[in-house]
Design a protein around this ligand. Structure first.
Ligand SMILES: Cc1cc2nc3c(=O)[nH]c(=O)nc-3n(C[C@H](O)[C@H](O)[C@H](O)COP(=O)(O)OP(=O)(O)OC[C@H]3O[C@@H](n4cnc5c(N)ncnc54)[C@H](O)[C@@H]3O)c2cc1C
Length: 392
């Protein structure tokens, strides 16, 4: 693998900047911030229109000939302008999972629909009593003729408010060990019996509780074999943690902090950046950002070769989420007492951006597997250390 940033990459960046200038409206980032909905459907439609969502995917399943390097640069450029793509991130995970575990019919129906921008898929794994221990899910799916009836509740079904489907983990066999009686279904959010309630989080993001009362789905909505949901979900989790994750934190804090610290003044009138301790901390942040970027590239390279990365996905997710918390804490230290002013407060340094991102970073070590769970996975599967989780 070539880690050097080639001329080609620079050309993609330039083209991406031009695409973003021409298409992205500045108020979208503000709207995401205000509403807590980290997915802008108008932008999504433009990304679909220009084949950017479909870059690098097999042509027989709706892939486009857009260069994945350009597509990645467009997402990066948008992220630098404060835009999130959480709904597309979860949709990407599920479509990769369908590519691995779906039937040919599902690949031909669902993948093109998602890549055209017509299908957005939220993740319905967590429940009020099962988050880390997700295999303890109580939501049930019971056979009914040639379909299934789903009943239960899911917690933290992020971006379900703009999704067409939820990828629901349901218990299909209560008489076997918990991991062996689960199945995954694509449940339409317009199905009778589906309900949604918002949950406001510390970081400003709005996620959801979703409820399923006698929701009927056909058997063609089942992804993977009956009672084989655990293995299917493990593929999806690997993608969530490591690959194709347009939602991972942006890598530009060192640059943003440098810009701020060059302009801002200490009481004696000198630029904040002249303080060697500030410069050192920004330097450390830059090194971590680079490590995170390389871990991401390594994961993407693995995926491009057709592999399904295992504990490596956990390593990357653990690294960038813990890094984000350390970095935003450092950023608030550098800003001083005014750093805790929220974006809405008059006079908040850097428009309150660092304060907001500090709060947003708190949840990154919870979703997609908590740090404790990820460390366990790395210890067991990468280092071969003994398993200690009961039944896990
Ligand atoms: C903003 C946000 C968005 C989310 N989006 C989604 C989504 O879209 N779809 C979805 O399905 N879920 C989503 N989640 C849920 C997320 O995956 C769970 O919150 C997470 O898995 C933790 O589960 P829990 O909250 O039940 O905590 P618990 O599992 O109860 O964990 C509580 C604490 O105990 C620790 N712990 C638990 N078990 C162990 C163990 N065996 N060993 C060591 N420590 C342990 C955990 O690390 C944690 O610190 C989201 C969560 C958040 C905060």
């Amino acid at each position: 693998m070539d880690f050097w940033q080639s001329d080609e990459l620079a050309a993609h960046r330039e083209a991406a900047r031009a695409w973003v200038e021409a298409n992205v409206r500045p108020e979208w980032a503000e709207e995401q911030h205000r509403t807590g909905c980290h997915q802008t459907m108008a932008l999504h439609a433009l990304l679909a229109r220009d084949g950017i969502l479909a870059a690098g995917r097999p042509p027989e399943y709706g892939g486009s000939d857009v260069d994945p390097g350009f597509a990645g640069a467009v997402f990066d450029e948008c992220k630098q302008r404060g835009l999130h793509f959480d709904g597309w991130a979860t949709t990407t995970m599920v479509t990769y999972t369908i590519q691995h575990a779906g039937t040919e019919e599902q690949k031909r129906e669902f993948l093109p629909a998602a890549l055209r921008g017509d299908m957005m898929i939220a993740l319905g794994y967590s429940e009020p009593d099962s988050g880390s221990d997700v295999a303890a899910a109580k939501t049930t799916a019971v056979r009914d003729g040639d379909g299934w009836v789903v009943n239960g509740q899911k917690m933290f079904t992020s971006t379900a408010q703009v999704s067409s489907h939820v990828f629901v983990l349901a218990r299909t066999n209560p008489d076997v060990p918990k991991h062996k009686g689960l199945t995954l279904f694509l449940v339409p959010t317009d199905a009778p019996g589906f309900e949604i309630q918002p949950i406001h989080t510390l970081g400003g993001q709005v996620t959801n509780a979703t409820f399923y009362t006698d929701v009927r789905v056909p058997d063609s909505a089942r992804v993977g074999g009956v009672d084989e949901g655990w293995n299917v979900m493990r593929v999806a989790l690997v993608y969530e943690r490591g690959v194709a994750s347009p939602q991972s934190v942006d890598q530009t804090l060192s640059e943003d902090l440098t810009v701020w610290a060059r302009e801002a003044r200490r009481p004696d009138g000198t630029p904040v950046l002249d303080d060697p301790l500030v410069a050192e901390r920004i330097g450390r942040i830059r090194v971590d950002e680079e490590v995170s970027r390389l871990l991401g590239q390594w994961m993407n390279w693995h995926a491009a070769k057709g592999g399904v990365p295992g504990p490596e996905g956990s390593m990357r997710k653990l690294f960038w989420s813990e890094m984000a918390q350390r970095h935003y804490s450092d950023a608030l230290d550098i800003l001083g007492v005014e750093g805790v002013l929220a974006p809405e407060a008059p006079g908040a340094p850097a428009g309150g951006m660092f304060e907001h991102d500090f709060r947003a970073a708190v949840v990154t070590t919870v979703y997609g597997g908590t740090s404790e769970i990820l460390r366990d996975i790395i210890a067991e599967r990468r280092l071969g250390l003994p398993r200690h989780r009961p039944g896990g």
